[in-house]
Design a protein around this ligand. Sequence first.
Ligand SMILES: NC(=O)c1ccc[n+]([C@@H]2O[C@H](COP(=O)([O-])OP(=O)(O)OC[C@H]3O[C@@H](n4cnc5c(N)ncnc54)[C@H](OP(=O)(O)O)[C@@H]3O)[C@@H](O)[C@H]2O)c1
Length: 303
Amino acid sequence: MSRILLIGSAGQVGQELQTTLKPLGDLISVAREHLDLTQPDRIRQVIQSAQPNLIVNAAAYTAVDKAETEMDLAKAINAEAPTVMAEVCQQMGASLIHISTDYVFDGSKNTPYTETDTPNPIGAYGQSKLLGEEGIRQVGDRSPDFHYAILRTAWVYGAQGKGNFVKTMLRVGADRPEIRVVADQVGTPTWSTEIARAIAKLSPHFLAASEAPSGIYHFTNNGITSWYDFAVAIFEEAEALGFPLKLEQVVPITTAEYPTPTRRPAYSALACQKISAILQTPTPQWRQSLRHMLTELYSLTHS
Ligand SMILES: NC(=O)c1ccc[n+]([C@@H]2O[C@H](COP(=O)([O-])OP(=O)(O)OC[C@H]3O[C@@H](n4cnc5c(N)ncnc54)[C@H](OP(=O)(O)O)[C@@H]3O)[C@@H](O)[C@H]2O)c1
């Protein structure tokens, strides 16, 4: 029976992975309390005692703005830890599926980014995630038998986990009649459940000898939108479901009107044809998944 080690099991994607990976084998889930990723020796120890065939790493330093002043911590968790995971996997003959981000790109394109486009992160978080990708890739370059996938995704939200854009909009919209949202950043909102489903479908290709090559895979929901249009959709769907809202108006603003400590890519849609050819099932439009997530959240919070 296959043994899968899920690292970062308490995050918004990690919690969904606990459900989708379970049917695939013997699943060992670890969260920060059991494995602090700033401790490389502890990473080696936990992996060696679990003896997995596959590691799925859903843990990360995800505080995008704070990373500007905590680059060493972001690098330890997002760059050094996944590199150690790759080294231990390579030594043990295990595979690795690691999650990365659209923020490795600078956003200067206006068509979806492919896996072969050159990354150029414009913030510390994106830089730390790119270093993690490079660390894993270098282990793969040295040892072609090491089988890995780096799954880049974007604009993640889900019913589980501490917080995300959808939950923030619902909280603010329950309190205020007006909210201002950036309309000149474009990308694809992606439901954590869809990411967890995609990883579960990808996993068998990395548990056994398979045609699926090691490397980078882009995965998001389908479609492209702005944060402003995403917010409008959240409120339309939430109102239809009966969420309590005081909100009357969403006002579109520019990025310049909403300064943040770190810059975000203006355009970060990802082209997902490479993974679609393996998964062979269409990924839902972002709005369809949003409706499903809100339905789930409503039943969790209003029952
Ligand atoms: N969120 C997004 O919009 C987005 C977009 C693109 C890509 N991604 C990528 O998607 C993946 C999953 O992200 P997510 O949205 O599920 O993030 P999340 O909810 O913030 O989950 C990350 C998990 O990592 C854990 N973690 C942080 N520091 C750790 C440490 N030192 N040792 C052990 N665990 C630690 C966190 O633990 P605590 O709960 O204790 O902090 C949390 O459970 C990440 O690779 C992220 O970079 C996310």
